[in-house]
Design a protein around this ligand. Structure first.
Ligand SMILES: Cc1cc2nc3c(=O)[nH]c(=O)nc-3n(C[C@H](O)[C@H](O)[C@H](O)COP(=O)(O)O)c2cc1C
Length: 179
């Protein structure tokens, strides 16, 4: 099948997840195109299915991802599609944080009108060593609130790669049953 993977990222974790997904689907025999939504991404109309991923920053998804979905929503809703949301809240064991990220996702899908077949909440990363001073302080506060790591001398990757693999395989199964 011809598949399209699009992503929106600030510090690169969503890109890393998107390329991990691409490798799984490529190894399963699919023809996969992958693109950053800020780089003139291809239209969904030439593909059998699409996966779109975005990280959350300050309670919002990437604006280029939102723009793409709004522009192509009619087509997206006629094809098999999946959304992967990348955030720190998804790594949190706190119920409030989980609820908040679910609400950000639900509101986003409502605003864009997109109805993906599958949605995955994926835990992202804390890249303290790559942030500037103010970002580091802010992220330490956010992480503390979410019950996460506060030692800013190192980075933390919370992404559960086995869960990502499970999500991708489930999506691949669904779309092959549909075709
Ligand atoms: C400035 C900033 C703001 C963030 N705001 C949120 C937030 O509101 N909610 C959340 O769950 N995670 C938040 N995060 C965590 C990111 O979603 C996480 O670091 C993710 O891995 C970033 O993915 P990216 O590298 O693809 O942009 C924030 C991170 C940064 C650096």
């Amino acid at each position: 099948m011809k598949l399209l993977i699009l992503y929106g990222t600030t510090e690169g974790q969503t890109r890393k997840i998107a390329y991990f997904i691409e490798a799984i689907l490529h190894n399963a025999g699919h023809l996969v195109t992958i693109a950053d939504t800020t780089d003139e991404p291809p239209s969904p109309k030439d593909y059998d299915a699409i996966l779109i991923g975005s990280s959350i920053h300050m309670h919002k998804y990437q604006s280029a991802v939102k723009h793409y979905i709004k522009k192509h929503v009619a087509h997206l809703n006629q094809m098999s599609s999946a959304f992967f949301s990348v955030s720190l809240a998804a790594a949190s064991g706190l119920e409030d944080e989980q609820r908040e990220v679910q609400k950000i996702t639900t509101d986003f899908l409502e605003q864009t009108g997109w109805k993906p077949l599958m949605i995955s909440q994926i835990a992202g990363a804390l890249k303290y060593t790559e942030y500037d001073y103010f970002k580091r302080i802010m992220m330490k506060m956010i992480s503390k609130k979410e019950g996460g790591a506060t030692d800013t001398s190192q980075d933390y990757e919370y992404t559960n790669w086995d869960e990502v693999t499970k999500f991708v395989n489930e999506f691949a199964n669904k779309i092959s049953q549909k075709s």
